[in-house]
Design a binder for this molecule. Structure first.
Ligand code: C2O
Ligand code: CU
Ligand code: CU
Length: 432
């Protein structure tokens, strides 16, 4: 924390080598290290600054996914950091406690920069969350779980993956950059912060022994009450917070099952979107002696409804067959939508294709009002910034862009399958 109370972080994007297999070096990128980046943590109400340095020999950016902040601080494709350059965005944290993340966003190169290893978590805390007494000792009972797929050669060197419809899919998973991961815990109750930081693969996370997944939070904050689910589906960019209660000495495996909605698609579409693949993701090993943990409260936080009768503007975003939105590909010089600061917007997102896509909006956390006219299930009823867009499906999203008006610097909306985004499945909006 500096003299005027700003919490200051620094991140340096670097090239290096990582041993995913002992003695076998792979060329990777990371922030402050050779793969992934440090977890940044801040409190609601704090002012933060991040000094971003680029020690790579390519231009890149760092985008704060899910963060409410001014467009010049967003780290999208308009805020490039040149090799040898630095960039120091600062903003005030003003949104509920949640699990956010950061990753590069250079136009046309996002898939490759993320796949090489540039990504990290950004956790926010607030008083409402602290009052719940949820597990919150980072790395002890509050665990980051960054899930990525990757390809490896027979001797364990990380390789580029082959592209299918979704983009590159790897045959193996990494959690926090580790192959074959496990975590030892010594508390009865643990909180897992799941982040799908894969470029293209979606997961259906479930426990190996069939116990329900206790979901407490989604992209932008905690739910009103936890939801017991068979599995939680995360497409690239989405996050989920789940609680797990363990017994002494127990081993529980987080798995990714076949993703039902994708597995049900036409043969090659299912396969090339990874819907038929299954993985062991992470083994949780409980100690023989566990510290007792209180039961989490039945109700979590207040998630206020957005009132559709206040909608001031309706917009429609049609995801089409050649990586376009509303009939055109992203152009850096074109602002597609202009929204009025502080007003309620309803964005209808239509996946008009037979392929799965996703939809992510910068700056804001939105609520899903309906999916094909139906109310969303509990796991999609909270704050979201990214949704999986099933084929031939229509989503109504409610959102309000607050505080930051700037006619000249746009924010982005896009498919978060990063190869699709790189192909131009992205548009720009300004808040005025
Ligand atoms: Cu996570 Cu525009 O990105
Ligand atoms: Cu984003
Ligand atoms: Cu897409």
């Amino acid at each position: 924390v500096d003299a005027d109370g700003t919490r200051v972080f620094s991140l340096e994007a670097r090239a290096g080598t990582t041993e995913f297999a002992p003695g076998v070096a792979s060329e990777t990128w990371g922030f402050d290290g050779s793969y992934l980046g440090p977890t940044l943590v801040a409190d609601r109400g704090e002012r933060v600054r991040v000094d971003v340095a680029n020690a790579l020999d390519e231009s890149t950016t760092v985008h704060w996914h899910g963060m409410h902040l001014p467009p010049e601080m967003d780290g999208g494709p308009h805020q490039m950091v040149e090799p040898g350059g630095t960039w120091s965005p600062e903003w005030a944290i003003d949104q509920p406690a949640t699990t956010l993340w950061y990753h590069p966003h250079p136009h046309g190169e996002t898939e490759s920069h993320v796949a090489r290893g540039l990504a990290g978590m950004f956790l926010l805390h607030d008083e409402a969350e602290r009052a719940l007494g949820l597990p919150s000792e980072y790395g002890v009972d509050d665990l980051p779980v960054i899930v990525q797929d990757a390809g490896f050669s027979a001797d364990g060197r990380k390789e580029d993956t082959q592209r299918g419809y979704a983009g590159g899919l790897g045959d193996e998973l990494l959690v926090n950059g580790t192959r074959g991961p496990f975590v030892e815990v010594s508390d009865e109750l643990v909180r897992l912060r799941l982040l799908n930081a894969s470029t293209a693969r979606s997961y259906a996370f479930a426990w190996g022994d069939g116990r329900p997944v206790e979901l407490i939070g989604t992209d932008g904050g905690l739910l009103e009450a936890s939801a017991s689910l068979d599995h939680v589906r995360l497409s690239p960019g989405e996050r989920a917070e789940v609680l797990l209660r363990v017994a002494p000495g127990e081993r529980v495996v987080l798995q990714s099952r076949m993703t039902p909605e994708i597995a049900a698609l036409d043969g090659p579409v299912a396969v090339m979107n990874g819907g038929t693949d299954e993985f062991d993701v992470l083994e949780v090993r409980a100690a023989e002696q566990l510290d007792p943990s209180p039961a989490p409260p039945a109700t979590l936080v207040d998630v206020p409804d957005l009132d559709p009768s206040e909608v001031a503007a309706d917009r429609r975003f049609v995801l089409g067959d050649s990586f376009e939105i509303n009939g055109h590909a992203m152009e850096m010089g074109r602002i597609d939508e202009t929204v009025t600061v502080g007003t309620l917007e309803r964005w209808t997102v239509v996946n008009d294709t037979s392929l799965p896509h996703s939809f992510h909006v910068h700056d804001v956390q939105f609520r899903i009002a309906s999916i094909d006219g139906q109310a969303p299930p509990p796991e999609l009823a909270g704050w979201k910034d990214t949704i999986f867009a099933d084929p031939e499906t229509e989503y109504e999203l409610l959102m309000r862009f607050e505080d930051y008006a700037d006619p000249d610097t746009p924010y982005m909306y896009h498919c978060h399958l990063l190869w699709h985004e790189d192909q131009g499945m992205m548009g720009q909006f300004a808040v005025v």
